[in-house]
Design a protein around this ligand. Structure first.
Ligand code: COA
Length: 196
């Protein structure tokens, strides 16, 4: 079975493999300063055992989150995960946010610091949204990002998303404080074919 979820030209989104190379890459990326700045900043550095625990379980059980690498010309350059928001009701209630029923969520980072700001993030989000609309019948794609993460918001806007509603406090912590965050949504394009 192919582990490719979707692709556009030289950009491929493929499942993370239950293999040492992928876990080791994930650990190196997650512990690099440009990612830690915005991704679980209060958490201790990710260990190899932690990565295997988090990602290996997802790969081998029916966890609703699919964890992937973004590849450019066959080289992994970043991480992207996606999940049905319908599986996250408790979290949404905690943060006081509602999303359309049947919508999907995603999270992303570019792992190689030298590749930040080159359009890969916007492109990967757009490609994954297209996939979720076509193959998962997503009613919308919605994500949460820190209110202060201007670069991420610009990338998501470039991918067709817009800020929805007022800022709120996420459960993620920065210096012990819940981070002020915003919801961004990509509405389902009119007339999108449902490939399921
Ligand atoms: C957020 C992230 C995934 C975006 O991917 P990317 O490939 O760097 O983004 P892109 O190059 O596609 O787009 C970046 C946009 O931000 C803009 N930008 C760059 N630096 C910026 C800054 N300091 N402030 C505001 N906008 C900025 C760019 O001009 C571009 O917008 P444009 O296309 O309208 O010109 C990536 O930067 C990243 O991994 N950052 C670290 C981890 C992180 O923040 N993850 C997201 C958590 S929600």
């Amino acid at each position: 079975m192919s582990d490719v979820i979707t692709a556009d030209g030289n950009l491929v989104i493929r499942r993370i493999r239950d293999q040492p190379d992928d876990y080791e890459r994930m650990v190196a990326w997650r512990n690099s300063p440009h990612v830690r700045e915005w991704w679980d900043p209060d958490d201790p550095p990710l260990t190899l055992a932690g990565a295997i625990d988090e990602l290996g379980l997802r790969a081998t059980t029916d966890d609703p989150t699919t964890s992937c690498f973004i590849e450019i010309d066959g080289e992994p350059v970043g991480f992207i995960q996606f999940y049905p928001w319908d599986a996250e009701e408790e979290y949404l209630a905690t943060i006081g946010v509602s999303v359309p029923s049947g919508s999907w969520g995603l999270d992303i980072f570019i792992g190689a610091s030298g590749l930040i700001g080159q359009g890969i993030g916007a492109r990967a989000v757009r490609v994954l949204c297209d996939h979720l609309f076509a193959e998962e019948a997503a009613t919308a794609v919605a994500l949460i990002t820190e209110a202060g993460n201007a670069r991420a918001q610009a990338a998501y806007a470039r991918a067709g998303m817009h800020v929805s509603g007022a800022p709120f406090e996420d459960t993620d912590l920065r210096d012990g404080q819940r981070v002020e965050s915003v919801l961004m949504i990509h509405d389902r394009p009119a007339g999108t074919a449902d490939g399921r």
